[in-house]
Structure formats: structure tokens, C-alpha cells
Design a protein around this ligand. Structure first.
Ligand code: THU
Length: 134
């Protein structure tokens, strides 16, 4: 049952990846974030002609979830060619918003390349706990 849900998330991440707007890098990424409510939030990378304004699939999925009122999370599946791992900026935001969830990285065929917790991807994190004023 649990594995079936994981397969569904993987399938959806591969499907949504096709919608990525990546005319500059040609590198399409799709993400599916599962909330504790059971709702799923999709994101793709959206690139800009001013390259630095491009936003990754993971952060777009997180923004969508937050916009819908989801506050706790189970896992995220990230689909890309070769099953890459989230960039540094996304690791920070994943840690800040989603906490220590499973991050499942799959390739374009849906094969799991790697699965890690956020805390393993982003050790010794900076976060709100360290913001205590001097
Ligand atoms: N990208 C993502 O969307 N997620 C990742 O995990 C890695 C990189 C995007 C950013 C950019 O649009 C393209 O992939 C190439 O870096």
C-alpha cells in the first residue's frame, strides 16, 4: 500500500516534469510534494531570460503547498534526467519549510537513483533556531 503511493508520486513527478519551462538549460525538473493532509503539490522549474530569476521545481512545489495552507509534510519526489539532487538553495528551503522529510530522487524513467532525509542532504543547517538575537 505504502509502496503503491510512492509509485504514484514517482509517476506524477515524471509526468509534471514535462511541463517544465526550461528553454535556456533544456534541463526539465518535476517535483511532487506530499503533505501530511495527503494532498499533493506539483512544481516544475520555471526559467527566465534573466537567468538568475529562474526558480527550481522543488521551491515551486513548496510555494504551492504553502499557498494552499499545508503546514506539515511527508516526502518529496524530484524527477530529472539522471535523478539529480536538489540545489543548495532548495535544500535550505526544504529544511526551513518541510523539515526532515524523505527526498526521493528519480530519473526520467522513474527509477529511484537516491533517497535521503533532508538532514542528510543539508547537515549543520542554518535555520530559525539559530536566529536567537544576541
Ligand atoms: N533545477 C531544479 O529545478 N531542481 C534541481 O534540483 C536542480 C536544478 C533546475 C534549475 C534550472 O532551471 C535547471 O534545473 C538547470 O539548472
Amino acid at each position: 500500500m505504502k509502496e503503491k503511493q510512492k509509485e504514484l508520486l514517482i509517476q506524477k513527478a515524471c509526468q509534471v516534469r514535462e511541463k517544465a519551462h526550461a528553454p535556456y538549460s533544456q534541463f526539465k525538473v518535476g517535483a511532487v510534494l506530499e503533505g501530511k493532509s495527503g494532498n499533493l503539490y506539483m512544481g516544475v522549474n520555471v526559467e527566465s531570460s534573466s537567468y538568475g530569476l529562474s526558480v527550481c521545481a522543488e521551491r515551486n512545489a513548496i510555494a504551492r503547498a504553502v499557498s494552499e495552507g499545508e503546514t506539515s509534510f511527508k516526502r518529496i519526489v524530484v524527477a530529472s534526467h539522471g535523478g539529480v539532487s536538489p540545489c543548495g538553495a532548495c535544500r535550505q528551503v526544504l529544511w526551513d519549510i518541510c523539515g526532515d522529510i524523505e527526498v526521493i530522487m528519480v530519473d526520467e524513467t522513474g527509477k529511484v537513483v537516491r533517497q535521503m532525509k533532508t538532514s542528510d542532504l543539508f547537515p549543520v543547517a542554518f535555520d530559525k533556531e539559530k536566529l536567537a538575537h544576541e
